[in-house]
Design a protein around this ligand. Sequence first.
Ligand SMILES: Nc1ncnc2c1ncn2[C@@H]1O[C@H](COP(=O)(O)OP(=O)(O)OP(=O)(O)O)[C@@H](O)[C@H]1O
Ligand SMILES: [Mg+2]
Length: 316
Amino acid sequence: MSKKNRIVTVTMNPAIDLACTVSDFTAGKVNRVESYQTDAAGKGVNIAVLLRKFGLPVTVTGFLGQDNAGIFEKMFREQGLEDWFVRVPGETRIGIKVLDPRTETTTDINFPGLAPDMGHVEELTAAIEKLAAEASIVVIGGSLPATVGPETVGELVTVIREQGAKPVVDTSGPALRSAVDSVPWLIKPNDDELAELVGRPLKTISEIARESWRMNRSGIANVVISLGARGALFVNDEEELFATPPEIEPVSTVGAGDAMIGGLVAGTALGLSFRERVRLATALSAATVAQAAPSLENLDRARKLEDRVTIETISL
Ligand SMILES: Nc1ncnc2c1ncn2[C@@H]1O[C@H](COP(=O)(O)OP(=O)(O)OP(=O)(O)O)[C@@H](O)[C@H]1O
Ligand SMILES: [Mg+2]
């Protein structure tokens, strides 16, 4: 039996999310916070937490600020995540979300991120190389710190593949371009990220489908394009599927993309068919949108939604 059953997620620019509720939030005056919550977050971290709900063995890595790592370390212990994060001087950034229930608006205040240097990038690359040798799938999620060049993502994809693991990438802009050029196993841009990648607007589903098909034939085994409430398009070597989520009462779209990746990765690790993975991923992301928190407490709501996902084959 191969020992390659571990899943690794990489978060190079994590954040501590501070969500607070302020009725009638107004700039330039004193605002009173009614309730608040802090969460250790970041795309790879969120995906890792979801994967643990399936009982899968997961290691997390990336960059963490050494001055405020406590909230992450506590969460990793509670969730049973193996911690391989490279510690970097300074603090992991904080992202403040001000939710105003009266006007139903959200105001984001984003702090600058960490500044890992070349030595830190080398340390992370060495960690990923070691981990990938024992892993089935390595997920790279989220943006990059300003000091890390986009080519790093493509280099990591190559390192992961050479160690016999499947590289999955969810990022945008030049980092996504770099990843695609190194041919990962799965990508999941949304429609805007795909348009930026191909350098022109894509207006219809069939235009999006043709681009996805082209990328699949260039070697990316799974090309998934998420389209918000409309659902998502899934292309592999054999099939082109369109999944429409069940209608739910949307509460917060934060974490929808992470839930979709988590579902696809968990489904792969559990040996589900392509269609079953599509169904699971779509139900998980709909369940995540139906709640305020960015990641699911358990799988119950998603399991109930699975039967209501519609999947159709699309023709190109
Ligand atoms: N209102 C909704 N109802 C049901 N499902 C939804 C809704 N919004 C999003 N989803 C599901 O979540 C998936 C991912 O959403 P979306 O396309 O917005 O991802 P994203 O833009 O990558 O989001 P993010 O990166 O911010 O998490 C969609 O493909 C869809 O299946
Ligand atoms: Mg996304």
